[in-house]
Design a protein around this ligand. Structure first.
Ligand code: NAP
Length: 248
């Protein structure tokens, strides 16, 4: 039977790369975007060309009602959801904590933590065997910043990803008996638009050469790990965080 994946922030970057890899494997794909509808439409069209059915839905993951509506649209379209990739995330321009205002920190925490927790909750409500679900997989997209701390740039973002790691570890134990595997990936420096949205378009090019593998990673390289965690070939893996960071 055709499987269905829901990917938050699937219009660009790591989410888009993951969607395309799923499409090549014939999955049904529901992707969300927040502001860039043209990019979401492009990804939808590219997924269809690659062999997967795809729908798009606007959803701000900082808003509970948007997330509930995203799940409802995906379920209306495909009938079930087998995997959820909790990917949407943001950074803000580099600043030290002593210069950050509370609005910035709230935006980061609401999007990266609260959003990811509510997406995981909705996934659990749908998939849990105790609620008549058939189990499934959740993959949380964290960051190496959770381990490195993001000093002088974004300790707020790093902390938000630390929360994602804790969510992954705790939820894997909570949901294992429900037939749901929960894992995470921690990307290092990956070539996507996120660096420009954080005010440093050259950040990846500047920092990539410093990691042991001597380069930035690609969104596809992260997507490959995400897809492996979704597939049956990782069937005994849960509560694990995979660093996709070139050794950073
Ligand atoms: P990206 O290229 O900037 O793409 C971000 C995606 O998230 C877009 O699809 C965007 O939608 C969506 N998005 C942003 N804010 C959202 C919101 N409030 N609600 C719903 N969707 C939202 O980022 P990326 O580099 O692929 O990052 C994806 C994930 O990987 C993030 O969690 C990020 O923290 C993590 N990560 C990235 C790197 C890296 O070096 N790139 C490293 C470590 C971890 P629109 O297209 O509509 O704007």
């Amino acid at each position: 039977m055709t499987k269905t994946v829901l990917i938050t922030g699937g219009s660009r970057g790591i989410g888009r790369a993951t969607a395309l890899l799923c499409a090549e494997r014939g999955w049904n794909i529901a992707i969300s975007y927040v502001g860039n509808k043209a990019a979401a439409e492009q990804t939808r069209n590219d997924c269809r060309k690659a062999g997967g059915e795809c729908i798009i839905k606007r959803c701000d993951v900082a808003l509970e009602e948007d997330i509930i509506s995203l799940f409802s649209v995906a379920l209306d379209a495909f009938g079930t959801i087998d995997a959820v990739v909790n990917n949407a995330g943001i950074v803000a321009p580099a600043q030290k904590l002593m210069d950050m205002d509370v609005e910035r920190m709230e935006r980061i925490f609401d999007t990266n933590i609260l959003g990811a927790y509510i997406v995981a909750r909705e996934a659990a409500r749908h998939m849990a065997r105790s609620r008549d679900g058939k189990g499934g997989v959740i993959v949380n997209v964290s960051s190496m910043a959770a381990k490195l701390g993001g000093p002088n740039e974004y300790v707020d973002y790093a902390g938000s990803k630390g929360a994602i790691d804790s969510l992954t570890i705790g939820l894997a134990k909570e949901l294992g008996p429900e037939g749901i595997r929960v894992n995470g990936v921690r990307p290092g420096i990956i070539e996507t638009d996120i660096h420009a949205s954080g005010g440093r378009p050259n950040r990846a090019a500047e920092l990539g050469p410093n990691c042991p593998l001597g380069r930035t990673g690609t969104a596809e390289e992260v997507g490959e790990s995400i897809v492996w965690l979704m597939e049956d070939s990782s069937s005994f893996v849960t509560g694990t965080l995979i660093d996709v960071s070139g050794g950073r």
